[in-house]
Design a protein around this ligand. Structure first.
Ligand SMILES: [Zn+2]
Length: 468
């Protein structure tokens, strides 16, 4: 089918503003389904926008730690690329935040069996100073075990927390087994620990530590906090089990300064009705500093941008589609909060985020199931040929859109296969080669389908030159 015919057919599914009448209640549903299917299948087979963005950003910028000069270069890159792709209203919305950076880091068993272990500092870790610190290891098999321990078992020692996170398609282990990282440092600090090391919150067996954010709360004094690579954590457990006191020398030189700058990059596909509630989609532009952040989250932004671009290529949607490349997600969702504050007066038809890698979408859930069952049914039918099932018990997902959803925006979540996500998450191994182009295209096809169905109908526009 040629594009003019396709867009004409898409237009035939045009609906009034969201919330007044469900899209699928309008005739002719059979044609509408056919059109969405054509667009979906074309994207599934031919999308290259998502790969081009992911490859371009990870190659030409590389790591993009929040509030650093590298993230600034990434914003410049984003503005150029989004403008070149033909998006409207491309601009940066800046905000301030503290900046945390990593320095030299190492961990070494001093006794009983001297050897080096692979370690990375966690976000907002305190610093050992360049000379490092030396202390006896206090072993705990969970955060709860640490919580129950008397202060005397911890005071002046280097706390080590173990855990047993397993791979899961929905990444379920990250919630529970992420606690050593999120809460461990604060608990250890309050009990007087010298420092803390955790088994990386990951599911691989490579010597790649997984970094990630943690905060010292409840007035806890910042202490050095690092993650050991999984095989190194297992090594430490074996050494511990020999029954002799284990002494570690730890160097984590980190810096935190106030007055850093970050920003959200915004781009739009303008809708025919500027007053209609908009479709908000995005991912985050910043990455951790250990790698190029290909799956976290260059691919997520790329998927959303590519989907919006496919709608733009097809014509003019009724609703405006806003794509946001959020800044500073990793150190605690700064971009998402800044965005929600700056755009609190806007109305949304939907909000969605892609921030769980680039493997295939296998299920979706949305608030529309309750608020607009007809449209939800249309989404279910149109996504099914991509191997996507509906999940009736799902929740909103995405740190960056969370504050906007909390303020009332309806949500949709497309759940990606997370079986191997935590093998690479926040490690030096989060690089482009981990992305499977076919699965990446399936993601774009899924989100294009969602945007097409929620667009309010797409009117054929003047032929625009295809741009990169
Ligand atoms: Zn992420």
């Amino acid at each position: 089918m040629n594009r003019t015919l396709l867009t004409a057919l898409l237009l035939s599914a045009a609906a009034p503003a969201y919330g007044q009448q469900s899209i699928s209640s309008l005739p002719p549903p059979v044609l509408a389904d056919t059109n969405v299917a054509t667009l979906r299948d074309n994207v599934l087979n031919n999308d290259h926008y998502a790969w081009d963005i992911t490859e371009g950003l990870t190659t030409e910028v590389g790591q993009r730690l929040a509030a650093t000069e590298a993230e600034g270069r990434a914003r410049d890159w984003a503005v150029k690329r989004l403008t070149a792709m033909g998006f409207a209203n491309v601009h940066v919305e800046p905000f301030s935040m503290p900046v945390w950076t990593r320095g030299p880091e190492s961990a070494e068993i001093v006794s009983p069996f001297p050897q080096k272990l692979a370690i990375a500092a966690l976000g907002y870790s305190g610093s050992t100073g360049p000379a490092g610190v030396t202390g006896e290891i206090a072993y705990f098999d969970s955060v709860d075990a640490l919580r129950l321990a008397p202060d005397s078992a911890v005071k002046g020692k280097i706390v080590f927390i173990d855990h047993h996170m397993m791979p899961a398609q929905d990444g379920a282990g990250y919630g529970q087994f992420g606690a050593p990282r999120r809460q461990g440092p604060t608990i250890a600090s309050k009990k007087g620990a010298l420092a803390i090391v955790i088994r990386s919150i990951g599911t691989d067996h490579h010597r790649n530590p997984h970094t990630g954010v943690q905060y010292f709360t409840d007035g806890a004094r910042p202490i050095p906090a690092g993650a050991l690579a999984v095989p190194d954590a297992e090594q430490l457990v074996r050494i511990q089990k020999r029954g002799k006191p284990v002494v570690m020398h730890l160097t984590l030189v980190s810096q935190k300064t106030e007055g850093g700058h970050s920003g959200n990059v915004i781009a739009e596909v303008p809708g025919r009705d500027p007053k209609a509630p908009i479709l908000l989609v995005g991912g985050h532009l910043d990455s951790w500093d250990l790698a190029t952040g290909a799956i976290d989250d260059a691919s997520g932004m790329a998927i959303m941008t590519a989907a919006a671009k496919h709608i733009m290529d097809a014509g003019r949607p009724l609703r405006t589609i806003r794509v946001v490349w959020f800044g500073a997600e990793e150190p605690g969702g700064f971009g998402g909060r800044a965005y929600a504050e700056a755009h609190s007066k806007e109305r949304y038809a939907i909000a969605g985020e892609s921030d769980f890698g680039a493997d295939r979408v296998w299920r979706f859930s949305s608030q529309l199931m309750k608020t607009d069952p007809a449209t939800h049914a249309q989404l279910t039918a149109a996504l099914a040929p991509l191997g996507i099932t509906k999940n009736d018990k799902g929740d909103a997902d995405g740190t960056d859109i969370e504050p906007t959803i909390a303020a009332g925006a309806p949500w949709i979540s497309l759940g990606q296969d997370g079986t191997r996500y935590f093998d690479y998450h926040h490690t030096p191994d989060d690089t482009l080669d981990k992305i499977d182009p076919a699965q990446l295209r399936q993601n774009v096809a899924a989100w294009t389908t969602v945007l097409a169905i929620l667009s309010g109908g797409i009117e054929p526009g003047p032929k625009r030159p295809k741009r990169r």
